[in-house]
Write a new protein. Structure first.
Lengths: 522, 599
């Protein structure tokens, strides 16, 4: 092999610690439960080509999609020192509206061109729109909330109050938004300080060379891994229950072609874009694809732009995996992304039966809610996702009650939730027996039961209420989930109103089983 | 309190048990092989010829019980409907990109989990009363299930303790840990986990300490805690949670004692052993954390803030699938050990040090274990040839990669907490530390490295220097903070008096945050006004216009002891090999420490 780079690991450590530190600052200074308790955010470092170099181990669905935000911010603006661009428009670099992404450039002393870029993405608990929590079931993006194209929140270090005021005037919990945006800005400041310190020490040339080397390195790792997969075409299809407006099941299809050290993932056989918000844009589809391939690498490979170089992703514009305006998209990021993962892993399972688990819960069980807090008289808005069962692995049962694939956000502690919102938790339990049977059992889902202490509007974006997480190698599928209000079934997706004392119960799906059941063996 | 005449610090480690004996002005160090099946044996044997007035003991009994899953048969009681909170945890998976990650382990079998028919709300009001009969019935079921120890963690018990106390009374005959006593702070999973770990390890610790106490009748035995203070054996037997991770804490305390007597007020201690490295920051006072984890279990009692990385002298070097040089996290351990020990075939950091002449092959472990440098050279040469470089460049690269891992650890406790490492000296100990200290210091632009004379028994020294300390805390959400302080101090005074410490002083601290945030910064209560400064220091900005709220009141109760005076050198000890790169000046100070500086 040529030119052994003995320093690579050293620089990898430097860049990763910068992304990590940005995350620590963002988490600890944020105001909303969604960021500080649930860790629904991500931070990343980009090189001078705006390609990803380092990302903290944050949210998989964010990380693969954030480079699109950086690219779009650069297409729309010249970013000067002290500028921070923010955006959430799914058709201009965003994913769904609650995810507000911030982008800045880092300049070294002697160069007018940016030396690096930084970005953070945080899921804000409310960005306006037709329902509190801004995760509604909508027909058009205009109903989903405030759409922010790339705009400068900071210009030469000065906050743009007109922009901020415009945003805050359109959201239900403006002070919380102000605090969370400030936390994102602080994260940029830390990242910039650390990158400049490293540059002073090692020089921009050397750092750039090592950034390039890191991308090449991850690319090599990916290619080596792809070579270990038998050449061929592998097809798989799976379905979303519906679009929330009574559509038939929504088909997600992929044809995976492995050829030597390259892969082609063709999603063009997937359904057309839908009326309800299950539409995903291209960045989400790429993020889900990237996640699946990253999981194939055993080593703790750096997750950077090199990973995708040997992989080509094909979508059909106007389809549910490459949605166009004015599609509604709230669930694309959180539901469809999970199904893309199930589908691609299903195809990979055909190529690598001993490496790929059965389907996991396949939904993030999004619950958003709000109303007027009787204690303070002020509006409240809350959002959470709920874990499910993990698909059984080829060598072990699936885990019970964990976040799967494209999310890894934490729960809000019951005691914190009850302090912050007019809610009372009645039950929080593992949903026994919901995992699919098999040689290895799928993990069990979760039961979470809320009692509303005041009149509350809530929205559900969930899936796998009809279709079930598939089993592999003759393992049984997991149980589908259920949403209940006072014991009566609710649809998977929709808006609802609850009165004081009403109880909402969410039962999340179990994972699929792997292999034939033990007792069935001869 | 007058300091007793003969004091002994005893640090039980995995391989060796270290002793530092103070007889008036004189110090003696001893070292003997540990006896893991019964750690008391090594102690009793080694102290047979000494009548110590007081022994301060750092024990690994609790830690090992936890890591080896050999704790007591423990039941868990929580509010009905929430029996699975330990299993669910924070609902996240341990590894983001690994389909094969192991499931979270559990200390409690499902059939030993019980729901109590009760509910307290966040403001402390009782929504569903736990009746005496229900508590009695529950206690009976728990006893019948054969539990030896019970952890009780009911929702919102940090505001209203009544139901937990009632259960405690009904369970009197068992070993009971009540969450509002162990950690009266909100966030049920972390409080439950802390309480369960305590319940799981305490019975073993209690038995061990009773046994040891009986055999050391002439001496007063005290137990060293992970917060850097000592407590009575009785207290330690009930709340052994405070002793997990106490081993590394001894090293940090010892490092601080050495630094103080050598005239340094700001140090970063760097303890690099065979399989792991511990770093901690001392800024004229210790730094603490309430966010520790051991194994997979969150433990939220205050501990010295020690950051551990799984990298040390035994860390193995390899080329990964894309040809990058990696060091660790796998370790060669003691067996087979580094290549130079004569058995292993995988090159380690120790081999790289040996190859570069930074480790003296004849002086390893005081010459008790000569190293096979030829063997290392052969392995290094063939590895280097396979990647097209020279053995020396390869060895240097291994050291660099290892140092970059260490650098991240030090950044985590300094830069990420708002401290500038350039203001600190690096105090290095552990078998491998002094070979790396100077280069590591240079990476962080630190100008001074201290290699203490007592490096071999630094933990035991730390234990000897420990004050009697206990930490008390209480959630203050919605309460008057001063009232809470008064209550906590009254409780601390009572408990200290019962242990024979009439003289106690209190340090009041309070966890503050901006109203609406949920991460707190702990500041001295007197400095409440300086919260904005602390926030800016740590996070780079503040919201000076926003309201600040107090979340947790903390009392540190301290019965101080005479400070250790290290002017007199101890008996001769063997240094580890110290590597001094070009450009560094070295000198010995008056008490025998080696001070290395880069002008």
């Amino acid at each position: 092999m040529s030119g052994l780079n003995l320093e690579l690991e050293v620089f990898r450590n430097i860049f990763l610690s910068i992304a990590d530190e940005m995350g620590i600052v963002l988490r600890r200074t944020a105001f909303s439960a969604n960021i500080k308790e649930r860790l629904d955010f991500s931070c990343a470092v980009y090189d001078r080509h705006a390609e990803t170099i380092a990302m903290g181990d944050h949210m998989p669905v964010h990380l693969g999609a954030m480079p699109f935000s950086v690219a779009e911010a650069l297409r729309s603006h010249t970013i000067d020192p002290g500028d921070i661009v923010i955006l959430n428009d799914p058709f201009r670099g965003g994913t769904h509206l609650p995810d507000i992404t911030s982008v800045s450039a880092v300049f070294t002393a002697d160069d007018p061109e940016p030396a690096y870029y930084l970005a953070t993405r945080a899921h804000h608990a409310d960005v306006g729109g037709m329902s509190p929590g801004s995760m509604p079931l909508a027909r058009e993006i205009y109903q989903e909330g405030l759409r922010i194209p790339p705009v400068k929140l900071f210009r030469h270090g000065e906050i743009q109050n007109e922009t901020l005021d415009l945003i805050l005037a359109n959201v239900r919990t403006p002070e919380e938004r102000r605090g969370d945006l400030a936390a994102q800005v602080a994260s940029h400041r830390i990242g910039e300080r650390r990158l400049l310190a490293a540059t002073e020490k090692y020089g921009h040339g050397r750092i750039s060379r090592q950034m390039d080397a890191l991308k090449d390195y991850t690319e090599r790792m990916m290619r080596v891994r792809l070579q270990g997969i038998p050449n061929g075409e592998y097809d798989f299809e799976d379905f979303l229950d519906d679009d929330g407006f009574g559509s038939p099941p929504v088909r997600i299809h992929c044809r995976l072609t492995i050829c030597g050290d390259r892969a082609l993932v063709d999603y063009s056989g997937s359904a057309q874009q839908q009326r309800g918000g299950v539409n995903a844009n291209l960045s989400i589809t790429v993020a889900a694809t990237m996640y699946c391939f990253r999981c194939l690498i055993d080593d703790d490979a750096p997750f950077n732009a090199g990973l995708l170089r040997p992989i080509e992703v094909l979508t059909k514009p106007g389809s549910v995996l490459d949605a166009q305006p004015p599609a509604s998209v709230a669930a694309g990021n959180v539901e469809t992304s999970q199904r893309i993962t199930d589908t691609l892993l299903g195809a990979l399972q055909k190529a690598l039966p001993e490496k790929i688990p059965a389907a996991s819960a396949g939904t993030m069980n999004n619950l958003s809610l709000g109303g007027i807090d009787p204690l303070t008289g002020l509006p409240f808005a809350y959002y959470e996702t709920i874990a499910g069962g993990m698909g059984a692995r080829p060598t072990a049962d699936g885990m019970d009650a964990v976040q799967n694939h494209m999310t890894n956000s934490l729960n809000t502690p019951v005691e914190a939730l009850e302090h912050l919102y007019p809610l009372l938790m009645r039950r929080y339990a593992v949903r026994r027996g919901s995992g699919g049977e098999g040689k290895y059992r799928g993990g069990d889902g979760v039961i979470r039961e809320f009692e509303f202490l005041t009149e509350t509007d809530f929205a559900l974006l969930s899936d796998r209420r009809q279709t079930r997480p598939y089993g592999s190698q003759r393992g049984q599928p997991g149980q589908p989930g259920q949403n209940l209000l006072n014991g009566n079934p609710l649809p998977a997706k929709g808006h609802f109103s609850a009165g004081t004392g009403d109880r909402l119960t969410i039962k999340t799906p179990g994972g699929g089983g792997f292999g034939r059941e033990r007792e069935m063996e001869p | 309190m007058p300091t007793p005449h003969i004091q002994v610090g005893v640090d039980t480690g995995g391989t060796f048990t270290d002793f530092l004996i103070r007889d008036g002005e004189r110090y003696f160090a001893r070292k003997t092989r540990s006896t893991p099946d019964d750690p008391a044996r090594a102690i009793i044997k080694e102290l047979a010829d000494i009548t110590a007035d007081e022994i301060v003991h750092g024990s690994t009994v609790a830690t090992n019980a936890l890591l080896e899953r050999k704790g007591a048969r423990t039941a868990f009681v929580t509010t009905e409907g929430f029996e699975d909170i330990l299993e669910i945890g924070r609902q996240n998976r341990p590894e983001l990109y690994n389909f094969f990650a192991a499931a979270r382990p559990s200390l409690i079998p499902r059939k030993l989990t019980f729901g109590a028919p009760e509910r307290i709300l966040h403001d402390g009001s009782v929504e569903r009363e736990l009746t005496d009969e229900a508590a009695e019935a529950l206690a009976r079921r728990i006893r019948e299930a054969g539990a030896e120890s019970v952890a009780v963690c009911l929702l919102h018990s940090y505001v209203n303790t009544a139901h937990e106390r009632l259960l405690g009374k009904k369970l009197e005959r068992l070993f009971v840990s009540l969450s509002h006593k162990i950690l009266p702070e909100y966030r049920e999973y972390e409080r439950a986990s802390t309480t369960v770990v305590n319940a799981y390890v305490s019975p073993l610790m209690d038995r061990y300490l009773r046994r040891l106490d009986q055999q050391l009748t002439a001496s007063r035995l005290r137990v060293f805690q992970s917060n850097g203070g000592s407590i009575s054996t009785r207290a330690a037997g009930h709340s052994a949670i405070h002793t997990v991770l106490s081993g590394p804490a001894g090293g940090v305390l010892g490092a601080a004692a050495v630094a103080r007597s050598a005239g340094f007020k700001k140090i970063i201690s760097f303890d690099m052993g065979g399989t792991s490295t511990d770093v901690s920051l001392y800024d004229n006072g210790f730094t603490y954390t309430t966010e520790s984890k051991i194994g997979d279990f969150p433990i939220r009692v205050p501990m010295l803030d020690i950051h551990s990385v799984g990298a040390g002298g035994g860390s193995i070097t390899y080329l990964d699938s894309a040809g990058a040089l990696r060091v660790g996290p796998r370790s060669a351990g003691a067996h087979p050990g580094p290549v130079c020990y004569g058995e292993g075939d995988e090159i380690t950091v120790t081999d790289a040090n040996l190859m570069l002449g930074r480790l003296n092959p004849e002086q390893f472990l005081g010459g008790r274990m000569p190293l096979d440098i030829e063997r290392t050279r052969r392995h290094m040469t063939s590895f280097a040839e396979s990647v097209g470089t020279s053995p020396d460049s390869l060895a240097k690269a291994i050291i660099q990669v290892a140092n970059s891992n260490m650098e991240r650890a030090i950044r985590a406790i300094s830069v990420e907490r708002g401290y500038d490492p350039r203001d600190f000296a690096l105090l290095s100990f552990g078998g491998a530390g002094p070979q790396h200290a100077c280069e590591l210091a240079a990476r962080l632009e630190m100008k001074t490295v201290i290699v203490p004379q007592h490096a071999g028994v630094l933990s035991a020294l730390g234990m000897l220097s420990a004050d009697c300390v206990r930490d008390f805390s209480q959630s203050t959400l919605g309460r008057n903070v001063n009232e809470v302080f008064t209550e906590l101090e009254a409780r601390a005074s009572r408990e200290f008096a019962a242990e024979g410490h009439p003289q106690v002083h209190f340090e009041r601290q309070v966890d503050l945050r901006y109203e609406g945030q949920s991460f707190e910064i702990t500041v001295p209560a007197a400095d409440r006004d300086r919260f904005h400064d602390a926030h800016r220091k740590r996070y780079g900005y503040d919201h000076s216009g926003l309201a600040v709220e107090a979340v947790t009141a903390r009392i540190r109760a301290v019965a101080p002891r005479d400070k250790i005076d290290l002017d007199a050198p101890t008996q001769a000890e063997t240094f580890s090999s110290v590597y001094i790169p070009p450009g560094w000046a070295s000198r010995g100070d008056a008490v025998g420490n080696l001070i290395l500086t880069k002008p």
